[in-house]
Write a protein that binds this ligand. Structure first.
Ligand SMILES: Nc1ncnc2c1ncn2[C@@H]1O[C@H](COP(=O)(O)OP(=O)(O)OP(=O)(O)O)[C@@H](O)[C@H]1O
Length: 807
């Protein structure tokens, strides 16, 4: 994320840039670095702190878990046998020791949540019995099925859309036969496979790389036909072997720590074979020995408990099933449920029906009841499927409830719902949607706090107009909090905290600000996180905001791609020098084939956006630009115009990548690699909204091909490089020649800054300098413009040949 910020800011490396704080690229205004730190020291300090905090959280969780397991086993060893279990059995929710039955059941509950596999480590799987097991137990009961495989089956029987409830309320499942099963089993390996539409057969090989307990490892490869079969297998073999707490995948320090542990692990693994059920790190050595002495497998895995689990699972019901039951086509974004079947207020219903909104989308159906219940939730749903409404409706209900509670004795007018989002345009868009929903609710107001407006005016507006729902970008909100504008006391009554585009806001670039904001919010509150992409790391750090017993609601489904089937995706790999020729060609081609075209062109930085816009304007195309360096008034005007228009091209940086709802976009072109896979998905998501069709095109240079690996599970078709006709070439060259050198120089600097911050390209500075020079020539600059010495030092480019330094 930081690199993203840098990209936006790196359009021109002027002195003023480096004296500005690395605020959010999309929202915040300038702030100075406290303590006289420079930008890099500031960044490193924050990254270090964030890492430390994460590690601390993980350690705490680990310790708690270990302590509980130890207590449970100790209780089991010393007298808590089956016979007296009934009298000594503590409540499931207490922190006291559990009986073996409860222990196995609670573990089963944890592991059998689809999605829980994110929390497993590679070795999770059943204990592989010593030789005699393979000889003495019949093959059906002895199949060395992995926990992953078991969950896959169980998950499959629940369909693709799921609600995973961390509490005992759980979800329901129905047996949907092998079709669902195979799609779910593939889901867990989505990074390695193309899509959930791939063949139907469950392939045991897929487990080979994941678990030493996979069928191949055991010398067998078998297909599992029914979940009851699997349950039987698990009952006999022991379901759970080891749960190691996975640390931050990206941290090399932590990686090496885990590697170091591997040797030790091997030692205790041998012991473990004799019977431990749930184990953790080296602490299980002791535990396993005790289990070995006193407890039999029979006691640890009582058949009755597995049956209970089976019954439990059969009660759970997936969202998918609900959809099928109500005859809704599986590719529709809509559910069969109507808003008037829910408990939202009649005045909101009136506003909805007036806008022609009757049916819920799937994400709204899947989340509304949960959110209205006051539960915390982490929600994942595809782009353009109505997530904003899914959180605005509970926000309005929360406000109504709080205002009618009779406890309204606040000294200052309270803010009951706070919605955090990454960009100014998105905040305004959500506010507009909120206002439309509140049309008939007198006295309830939605307001925004976003950068680019005057601080004092914000303050006056907040004081003079009703504001029970506040929508803010983190930077500006923090400015208000830090400047003691009276906002903190108004937030003390907060009931609901919502983070839209949660993965971006919990990423390192924003996380610190989000943490500071959370520190100012009451602990007793409901929190909801929404995004179309939720990488594993985000699921982990979501604990910063959510309660431990939050629900994870995923309407996409494991193994199903996060992009829409109706959006055709393709990729062109062409030399970087040709990109400025190819883009106009591709635009003209699309325009000639599409009557009501509406195109978004994403460029990697603000200044490259500016250059592309100027070129297209020179070529007399109907084009507009938005990026962070444009004044807010311009950004708002263009954004509104693009919403309303047809036959228009918007050239933009990532400020428009997330959440923006521009209806009926027919084509999205991404020039150069996006910052990551998630950003690709969000940019692409500007087309194909509300279940409509669209087209996405990624244009990259041959040396950017490595990025395609990140997208290999998406249906991205390779396209031929189109033959450029000489007229277009000439037109581009002539138009480029007319563009002011300062725009090109700024674009060169921004380009260099962007690719320097991309890990893969930033490592080899000499190659980077060469590529930058090629880019420089392609935009008509004779030689690369010099960098300030300080800038070159900070970027690690001082002394690199091809990087001139300004005198
Ligand atoms: N139930 C509904 N019926 C009809 N239209 C709806 C419904 N819910 C939302 N919409 C419309 O769908 C469009 C897309 O919604 P929204 O912008 O909330 O999508 P999103 O899931 O938040 O997308 P992104 O992931 O890009 O942020 C909006 O125009 C919204 O008004």
């Amino acid at each position: 994320m930081y690199s993203l910020i840098l990209r936006e800011r790196s359009g021109s490396f002027t002195g003023s840039l480096w004296t500005r704080i690395f605020t959010r690229n999309m929202g915040g205004g300038p702030r100075t670095f406290p303590g006289g730190l420079n930008k890099w020291q500031w960044k490193r300090m924050h990254e270090k702190k964030a890492r430390e905090k994460e590690n601390k959280l993980l350690d705490q969780e680990k310790q708690l878990y270990e302590a509980r397991i130890r207590t449970e086993i100790r209780a089991k060893m010393w007298g808590n046998s089956d016979s007296n279990e009934k009298t000594t059995k503590p409540s499931h929710h207490s922190h006291g020791p559990m009986s073996p039955k409860e222990h196995i059941k609670s573990l089963a509950d944890r592991f059998m949540k689809a999605g829980a596999e994110d929390l497993w480590n590679e070795d999770d799987g059943p204990v592989k019995k010593s030789d005699q097991s393979s000889n003495s137990i019949d093959s059906a009961s002895n199949s060395p099925i992995g926990v992953r495989r078991f969950v896959s089956e169980v998950s499959a029987s629940m369909g693709n859309n799921r609600i995973f409830d961390r509490s005992s309320r759980g979800f329901s499942s129905i047996d949907r036969s092998s079709r669902g099963f195979s799609s779910m089993s593939r889901g867990r390996f989505k990074r390695n496979e193309s899509s959930c539409d791939e063949g139907d057969d469950f392939d045991a090989k897929k487990f080979d790389t994941l678990s030493p307990f996979s069928p191949k490892f055991a010398g067998k490869k078998e297909k599992v036909k029914s979940s009851s079969n699997v349950v039987g297998v698990i009952r006999n073999k022991g379901l759970f072997s080891k749960r190691k707490f996975r640390k931050n995948d990206s941290s090399t320090e932590e990686d090496s720590e885990e590697e170091g542990n591997e040797g030790k692990m091997k030692g205790w693994m041998d012991l473990r074979k004799t019977g431990s059920s749930a184990s953790l790190g080296n602490h299980d050595i002791k535990l396993t020995k005790r289990v070995n002495r006193n407890v039999t497998d029979e006691e640890l895995y009582p058949p009755l408990d597995i049956n209970t689990v089976r019954v439990d699972l059969s009660k759970r019901k997936s969202v998918d099933y609900v959809m099928e039951e109500k005859q809704e086509p599986s590719d529709s974004i809509y559910s069969a449920k109507r808003f008037d079947e829910s408990s939202i207020s009649p005045l909101t219903l009136k506003a909805l029906s007036e806008s022609g909104i009757v049916k819920m989308t799937r994400v709204q159906d899947a989340t509304l009841a949960e959110c209205l219940d006051g539960r915390d939730a982490l929600v994942k749903a595809k782009t353009g499927t109505g997530k904003s409404m899914a959180f605005l409706l509970p926000a309005i209900e929360t406000v109504l409830k709080a205002m009618n509670s009779g406890k309204n004795v606040h000294r200052v007018p309270p803010i009951f719902a706070l919605i955090l989002c990454p960009t100014r345009e998105l905040a305004s868009q959500i506010a507009a949607e909120g206002k439309a929903l509140l049309k008939y609710h007198d006295g309830i107001g939605v307001q925004t706090l976003i950068g680019g407006t005057r601080f004092k005016l914000d303050q006056q507006r907040l004081e003079s107009e009703p504001c029970q729902i506040l929508i803010a970008t983190p930077g500006r909100l923090l400015d208000h909090i830090e400047n003691k504008s009276g906002l903190t006391s108004r937030l003390m009554a907060l009931k609901l905290f919502i983070v839209d585009e949660a993965d971006l806001l919990l990423d390192l670039g924003f996380r610190r600000d989000v943490e500071k904001i959370i520190d100012c919010l009451p602990r007793q509150r409901q929190s909801l996180l929404f995004s179309a992409t939720i990488p594993k790391e985000v699921r982990r750090v979501s604990q910063l905001v959510l309660k431990r017993d939050h629900s994870y609601i995923d309407t996409i489904g494991l193994g199903c791609v996060e992009t829409h089937d109706k959006v055709k995706q393709s990729c062109i790999v062409a030399p970087h020098e040709s990109h400025f020729h190819l883009v106009p060609h591709l635009l003209k081609e699309h325009i000639s084939n599409t009557v009501d075209y509406k195109i978004i062109v994403f460029c990697s930085t603000g200044m490259v956006t500016s250059l592309m816009y100027t070129l297209l304007r020179e070529m007399k195309l109907n084009v507009r630009e938005i990026h962070a360096r444009k004044p807010q008034l311009h950004r708002t005007r263009v954004s509104d115009e693009f919403k309303e228009s047809k036959r228009l091209i918007l050239v933009t940086s990532d400020v428009s990548a997330r959440g923006m709802n521009y209806p009926d976009v027919t084509l999205v072109i991404q020039v150069g690699i996006p910052s990551d896979r998630e950003q690709y998905i969000h940019r692409l998501g500007r087309t194909g909204r509300e279940g409509k069709g669209g087209e996405g095109l990624l244009l990259i240079a041959p040396w950017e091909r490595y990025f395609l690996d990140e997208l290999k599970d998406l249906p991205l078709e390779p396209n031929q490089v189109p033959d450029l006709d000489s007229r277009i070439k000439l037109e581009v060259d002539q138009s480029m020649a007319k563009i002011d050198t300062s725009i090109k120089e700024a674009a060169y600097h921004a380009w260099l800054g962007y690719y320097n911050s991309v890990r893969e390209t930033g490592r080899d500075k000499t190659t980077l300098a060469e590529l930058a020079n090629r880019f420089c020539h392609s935009i008509g600059l004779e030689k690369p413009p010099g960098l300030f010495r300080r800038t070159a030092v900070k970027m690690g480019l001082k002394g690199i040949s091809g990087i001139p330094i300004r005198k």
